[in-house]
Structure formats: structure tokens, C-alpha cells
Write a protein that binds this ligand. Structure first.
Ligand SMILES: Cc1cc2nc3c(=O)[nH]c(=O)nc-3n(C[C@H](O)[C@H](O)[C@H](O)COP(=O)(O)OP(=O)(O)OC[C@H]3O[C@@H](n4cnc5c(N)ncnc54)[C@H](O)[C@@H]3O)c2cc1C
Length: 406
């Protein structure tokens, strides 16, 4: 008996879907073209949503992650405004060093850890090193196979979690790359960057060169750092930005970065990858399929966070399969879209507006200047990480008026 459910891609979205199906006693097949451990170009920051999703599936997962030496606890974020002023915001008002709200972990390690958990879960059959390139609709669902047709699998429903270049999403989900809803990103690993935050604060530098995107420095275990830059693809194209050259130029010429990187050495290559942004609401299911994570373009357009959203959508796909009771028609699976967007759309649409606000550096400078002087404002922003209703204030003009008058 072949499992009814086939998950394409064993990254955070696919592995989470497999774990959540297993927890519900629903067998599935999990296929990936890579053999794990495998790398994924990323900033490696795991937000609070990652911890929350793991806890929802099984609290033992988050306790296990906390024990892993590759996972550095992250307790906050530093925003550096275009004028250079720095605003340190803890993720929680009262930090708990034993249970960090977020983590930073190289994807080579985190994805491998999650993949191993999914592989060991009851009812999950795993196939790696198989690149799926053909999808055929059949009377009962799908026939999927590799290029030569040597590996053929059948399933009634496909969870496509095959990432930002998802072939399935393009061919069957109607997804297209749109420059204004897409970001170009680069990542490099460095050793020896100075002044990394001892509490694992991630640094987002909104330097004028890359607005409305940012340059980041994220500390990693072992004293390394994940360093990179992301900018909307339409802006990069219009301004003819060469991300690689401009990032290296910034590190070399900027007074603060040139000091912090003076003894640093780059580890391996600078690598690039696209980020399909969730700044537009799109259909993410259809007859016999659901699109999860990057395949469904669910990355936060302001922060670039996609791992937590991939995992949330993986969990929602499993919940939908359980609720559908074998009816995988488009009419039934549309409840997946509703469930994902009910959870994510308030923050995705808000982040879209915030991405637009960052186009006005003076406004950013103003908020950061004021917040560095006001504990109350810092506390409000800190609470915004946990409370989406509060985050809504950031896109309300009255908030800025209050800041101005504070
Ligand atoms: C430069 C950059 C920085 C980023 N920084 C962050 C960050 O700091 N924090 C954050 O939360 N997010 C970040 N993101 C976004 C994050 O990387 C993605 O949102 C996340 O990886 C999505 O997970 P996923 O499971 O949907 O896809 P993926 O992680 O891409 O996994 C897809 C899987 O599908 C497999 N696959 C693909 N095609 C096939 C095929 N044909 N057959 C079989 N298998 C296939 C792949 O091998 C892969 O294992 C960043 C992205 C970029 C590009």
C-alpha cells in the first residue's frame, strides 16, 4: 500500500508536515533531491514561531533543540537606523536564558536535525537523492517521477514543499516570480567578526545603500557569523545593484564594519538565493495539492523570515489532510489557504506596509532616535514581537505622531 500523502521536499516545511502527519497517525512519503545533511542559503535565524510550532507538534522537540550545541539562543534584535543609531530590543521583556525565544543555527545543522526527527517518526517513508521532475494527474491523484522515469511514486495528494524554485508550484500552482514580490539575497559565513552580541541579538543594519532591504550580521555558535544582504528584486534591478560587490565594498569602507571585520576571514563562498515574498495573497492549494513554505511564497516581506512560516504552513497542511477525510478536491483543500492566511496574513500584510515605510529613512531615524531615549517605547516595540495587534501600531500614522510628541 502506497501512502496517500506525498511530501515533496524535506526542508523545514516538508519535514514539519511529515512530523505533524505522523503525530496524527497518517502515513506519508517524504522525498528530497538532496542527501542530508545539505546546505540551504539563509540567514539562519529561527524566530519564536519555530519554537512555537515545534512545541505544538511535540514539546520534547523544543527541549531537544535547546540541548543542541549548533543552536545558539537568540534573545533579541538590534535595529540600526540609516543614521547609524542603534536600537536593541529584547524579544521578551523578561529574558529567560534557559529557554531562548529564538535561535540561530546553520541550516546545514538545523535542517539535518529536523529531517532526522521526521525520518524517525512512525509512518514516514523517506527517499533522498531523488529529484522529482514529472508530475502527472491520474484518476486517483498523482504520479510523480524522476527525469528518467526510473523512480515512480503514486499518491492521492501532494504537499509541495520544494522551496523557492518549486517546479510543482510553477507547473500546477500557477506561481510566477514577480520582482516586486521577490527579494534577492546573499549569505556568507565569517570567522573572527568582532563585537558579536553575547546574548545572540541579531543585527539588522538598514544602511542607505540597501534600503528598503538590509545588511545583517547574525552570531552563530563557535564564534562564527552569518553575514548577508537582502533587497527587493525590482529595486536591485532598477538601481543596477551588484549585491556581491556592494556588500564587500560596504564591509571594507564603512567605519564600523571595517573595524569589526579587520581580523575576520570568510569561510567558503558567498552564495545567493531568491526569497519569494508573501506580500501578495495567492491561491496555495488546488485539486490534489497544497503549496507549503517558499513553494507557496510565504516569506515575511519586512524581516525575510521564512523558516517559521514554512513550518506553520507544513503544520496547517497536515491539519487540513486530517480534516479532509480523504476528499482532496480543490473545493475542500481551500480550507488550507484560509487557515494559513488566517494565521499569517495579518503579519504579512503589516510587514508589507512596514517594508514601504522603510523607504523613508527619516521616519526610521526618528523612531530609533526616540526609542533609544524612551524605555516605554522600547518596551512597546519589544511586546510587538509577541503580539501582532501591537505590531499593527507600527503602520498606524498616529503611532508616529505620538512618537514625535513624546
Ligand atoms: C539569503 C537568504 C536569507 C534568509 N534568511 C532567513 C532567516 O534568517 N530566517 C528565516 O526564517 N528565513 C530566512 N530565509 C528564508 C528561508 O531560507 C526559507 O523561507 C526556508 O528555507 C523555506 O523552507 P522550505 O521548507 O519551504 O524550503 P527549503 O528549505 O528550500 O526546502 C526545500 C527542499 O526541497 C528539496 N527539493 C527542491 N526541488 C526538489 C525536487 N524537484 N525534487 C525533490 N526535492 C526537491 C530541496 O532539496 C530542499 O531540501 C532566507 C532566505 C534567503 C535566500
Amino acid at each position: 500500500m502506497e501512502p496517500e500523502v506525498l511530501i515533496l521536499g524535506a526542508g523545514p516545511g516538508g519535514a514539519t508536515a511529515a512530523l505533524a502527519l505522523s503525530a496524527r497517525g497518517i502515513p506519508c512519503r517524504l522525498i528530497d533531491q538532496a542527501v542530508f545533511p545539505r546546505d540551504k542559503v539563509c540567514g539562519d535565524a529561527l524566530s519564536g514561531k519555530v519554537a512555537l510550532t515545534l512545541r505544538r507538534i511535540d514539546p520534547a522537540l523544543i527541549s531537544d533543540l535547546e540541548l543542541q550545541s549548533f543552536a545558539l539562543g537568540s534573545h533579541g534584535v538590534s535595529f540600526i537606523a540609516p543614521n547609524g543609531r542603534r536600537l536593541d530590543i529584547p524579544f521578551r521583556k523578561a529574558p529567560d536564558p534557559l529557554h531562548p525565544p529564538g535561535f540561530i543555527a546553520a541550516r546545514m545543522d538545523f535542517d539535518n536535525w529536523l529531517f532526522r526527527k521526521a525520518s524517525a517518526a512512525p509512518g514516514v517513508s523517506v527517499h533522498t537523492g531523488i529529484r522529482i521532475s514529472r508530475f502527472k494527474r491520474t484518476a486517483n491523484g498523482w504520479e510523480v517521477s524522476d527525469k528518467d522515469g526510473k523512480q515512480v511514486f503514486h499518491a492521492r495528494v501532494v504537499i509541495a514543499a520544494d522551496g523557492c524554485l518549486s517546479r510543482f508550484a510553477r507547473e500546477h500552482g500557477g506561481m510566477q516570480m514577480e520582482d516586486e514580490h521577490h527579494c534577492a539575497g546573499l549569505r556568507a559565513y565569517y570567522d573572527g567578526v568582532e563585537d558579536l552580541d553575547p546574548n545572540g541579538f541579531i543585527e539588522l543594519h538598514f544602511v542607505p545603500e540597501f534600503l528598503p532591504g538590509y545588511f545583517w550580521i547574525f552570531p552563530l555558535s563557535g564564534g562564527r557569523a552569518n553575514v548577508g544582504v537582502g533587497i527587493r528584486s525590482d529595486v536591485a534591478r532598477k538601481r543596477k545593484i551588484n549585491l556581491r560587490e556592494d556588500m564587500l565594498k560596504l564591509i571594507k569602507s564603512h567605519p564600523e564594519f571595517s573595524r569589526r571585520f579587520r581580523n575576520a576571514s570568510i569561510l567558503g563562498q558567498i552564495q545567493g538565493c531568491g526569497l519569494p515574498l508573501g506580500s501578495k495573497r495567492r491561491p496555495i492549494s488546488g485539486d490534489g495539492f497544497m503549496l507549503v513554505g517558499d513553494a507557496g511564497a510565504l516569506i515575511d516581506p519586512f524581516t525575510g523570515e521564512g523558516i517559521g512560516n514554512a513550518m506553520i504552513s507544513g503544520l496547517k497542511a497536515a491539519e487540513t489532510i486530517e480534516a479532509c477525510r480523504g476528499d482532496y478536491s480543490a473545493r475542500t483543500l481551500v480550507q488550507y489557504d484560509e487557515s494559513v492566511y488566517r494565521r499569517l496574513w495579518p503579519e504579512l500584510s503589516l510587514s508589507k506596509r512596514m517594508q514601504e515605510l522603510v523607504r523613508y529613512p527619516w521616519l526610521f531615524n526618528l523612531v530609533v532616535n526616540k526609542a533609544t531615549r524612551s524605555q516605554e517605547l522600547r518596551d512597546t516595540i519589544s511586546c510587538m514581537f509577541e503580539d501582532i495587534d501591537l505590531r499593527g501600531k507600527l503602520s498606524d500614522p498616529r503611532f508616529y505622531l505620538r512618537v514625535l510628541l513624546a
